[in-house]
Ligand binder design. Structure first.
Ligand SMILES: Cc1cc2nc3c(=O)[nH]c(=O)nc-3n(C[C@H](O)[C@H](O)[C@H](O)COP(=O)(O)O)c2cc1C
Length: 198
């Protein structure tokens, strides 16, 4: 069997009872064979400040960047805040986007999101895809995991109980495995040399 695919997952919500963090926990239950998932808590990441960056990345940011760099792929669970991604998530991605060797560059990524509204984070996910363009993350297009009315799909313990959503989530993870394998033929060194030129 090919080497395992190591996925780093993070949620754009810091809320204890977060549906998006619960979606990551559900993903951990549904991993296809040959895939592992570790998660990163964005809470310790400070607000982006270019003056701070110029002196040196703060320790939690260094750790975040290192964990992204060593992962084969990313799994991002985003809430929708005012039709966009939460500041917590954007802030973390901003730190990870900066030189040298921006770790997001060329990284396969799967996107999902849960909302208590009717649209299941579709607008936030489109905005996250826009961020993927400038950071050169390489997102999967399909399937889209849009969990609308999340309060009906998780039980009181935060377990994803909705079978249709579990099926889509499983398909997303399978698609991430295929996508990551397809991209693994490309050397990170050649990708960073492209970055140096732009
Ligand atoms: C500041 C703020 C803005 C929100 N804006 C939206 C929105 O635009 N669309 C939506 O579907 N839900 C919106 N919500 C509701 C969130 O979808 C809901 O709180 C969800 O549970 C957040 O994700 P979490 O459970 O992972 O924390 C908003 C919530 C907050 C706190």
């Amino acid at each position: 069997m090919a080497n395992a695919i190591h996925v780093l997952g993070f949620s754009g919500s810091l809320r204890r009872g977060s549906y998006n963090t619960a979606l990551l926990r559900a993903a951990a239950e549904l991993l296809p064979e040959g895939m592992t998932l570790e998660t990163f808590d964005l809470a310790p990441i400070p607000l982006y400040n270019e003056d701070v960056r110029a002196v040196g990345y703060p320790e939690p940011v260094q750790e975040f960047r290192k964990r992204i760099a060593t992962a084969d792929a990313l799994l991002i669970a985003t809430p929708e805040y005012n039709y966009s991604i939460p500041g917590v998530l954007k802030n973390a991605l901003d730190w990870a986007s900066r030189l040298p060797n921006p770790p997001l560059w060329g990284k396969p990524v799967a996107i999902m999101g849960a909302s208590d509204g009717m649209f299941g984070t579709v607008r936030a996910q489109m905005q996250l895809r826009q961020v993927c363009v400038t950071t050169n993350m390489l997102p999967i297009n399909k399937p889209e995991v849009l969990v609308a009315r999340a309060q009906d799909k998780f039980d009181a313990n935060g377990r994803l109980t909705d079978e249709t959503t579990r099926k889509f989530l499983r398909e997303l993870l399978e698609a991430l495995a295929v996508w990551t394998r397809r991209l693994q033929g490309r050397s990170p060194a050649s990708l960073s040399s492209v970055w140096e030129k732009i």
